[in-house]
Ligand binder design. Structure first.
Ligand SMILES: *Cc1c(COP(=O)(O)O)cnc(C)c1O
Length: 366
């Protein structure tokens, strides 16, 4: 049987061990006689799952005590509205600064304009979103309400490998980071951010769970229009149980957090992710048959878009890859070409298999 490697950008591959454990526990969780899906979210069984998931995530990212972890719904796109609805009560007339680095920050800009005055402090549109605008070029507002970054552009394959210092120029504005597609892939200093958010379906678990990590002083400033179920203060005060949370998705995320700990934590994952990404980018750079167009210093370790020089071979490339068990390599429709998403759950062997296939395909088609 062919080993399957799934390169989907999201919903994406999960660790096999996690799926096996979930399958074994599907009908009867820990002798409770119930599936996790059938439990009251306020019962002792689910509360223990919720507490463990929060504790493990706090350990994995070394989240300081003055930050709350919220398990919400609504996805990354939902947060594009929920963030300004929660923060704009703090400084209603202040502009929000955005760095436009690709598709996802672009969508965030559009949505925020419904709730706030938006200042696009820098945009990579002129380079086709292949590089992050140099920090010196950012036109930040001196009184910004917050600065929004998408720290990994899933579609364009652009990742921040630095935390920009924005406080001095903006009068202490917090950074809000959309980390949907690279959270837990690398060590981060949570205290450098005011808010970190992400949909779970890239690097955490199933779709339906949205993670928000928020500094406590940023709670309690929601606009009156903000739905109560998305008011971070209300959600925090109720331990993410103000309304029914996505219980099964939280359970799977909790299993992924335990799996990450067994792998050695986020630092060990980061080393592995660097090895995987280097293998693929080094191959791409070594051949004229394929091409990655992103500037080297901001290439994503998670999402690797690439093109065949001869695009008439695209369909054959995808069909041959699929026949060899290499799935979901088609690029996003807005960019074209191919994209290999190599999240935490993608083993090094998967990237080796991909590079091996690409090498063979190139040699038989050039
Ligand atoms: C996938 C993704 C989103 C959108 O998430 P949804 O859960 O579909 O709303 C937002 N931002 C980034 C960076 C993403 O990768």
């Amino acid at each position: 049987m062919t080993t399957i490697y799934n390169f989907s950008a999201g919903p994406a591959v999960l660790p096999k061990e996690v799926l096996q454990q979930a399958a074994a526990e599907m009908l009867d969780w820990h002798g409770s006689g119930m599936s996790v899906m059938e439990m009251s979210h306020r019962g002792a069984e689910f509360m223990s799952i919720m507490d463990a998931a929060q504790r493990d995530l706090r350990d994995l990212l070394a989240i300081p005590e003055n930050y709350k972890i919220l398990f919400l719904q609504g996805g990354g796109l939902g947060e594009n509205a929920i963030v300004p609805m929660n923060l704009m009560g703090r400084r209603p007339d202040a502009p929000v600064d955005f760095i436009h680095t690709g598709s996802w920050s672009g969508k965030s800009i559009k949505e925020a304009q419904k709730y706030a005055t938006v200042n696009v402090a820098a945009s990579a549109a002129s380079n086709g979103f292949t590089a992050i605008p140099a920090r010196e070029s950012w036109q930040l507002s001196k009184d910004a309400a917050y600065v929004h970054l998408c720290t990994n552009e899933t579609i364009d394959g652009v990742e921040y490998h630095f935390v920009p210092d924005v406080a001095e120029q903006t009068g202490g504005a917090p950074i809000v980071a959309d980390m949907s597609s690279h959270i837990l892939s690398r060590v981060i200093d949570v205290s450098a951010y005011g808010v970190i958010f992400g949909g779970a379906q890239k690097n955490i678990g199933p779709a339906g769970l949205t993670l928000v990590i928020v500094r406590e002083d940023l709670l309690g400033h929601a606009l009156p229009v903000c739905p109560s179920a998305f008011d971070w203060k209300i959600v925090a005060d109720n331990g993410s149980m103000y309304n029914t949370p996505p219980t099964y998705a939280i359970y799977i995320a909790g299993l992924v957090f335990q799996w990450l700990k067994r792998q050695g934590g986020v630092a060990a994952m980061e080393a592995q992710n660097i090895a995987k990404a280097s293998l693929l980018y080094d191959y791409l750079d070594s051949t004229d048959f394929y091409e990655n167009r992103v500037a080297k210093e901001c290439r994503s370790r998670m999402n690797v878009p690439f093109f065949l020089k001869d695009e008439s071979l695209n369909a054959e490339f995808l069909a041959s890859a699929k026949a060899q068990g290499l799935l979901q390599l088609k690029g996003h429709k807005s960019v074209g070409g191919m994209r290999a998403s190599i999240y935490n759950a993608m083993p090094l062997a998967g990237v080796q298999a991909l590079v091996h296939f690409m090498r063979e395909f190139a040699s038989t088609h050039s």
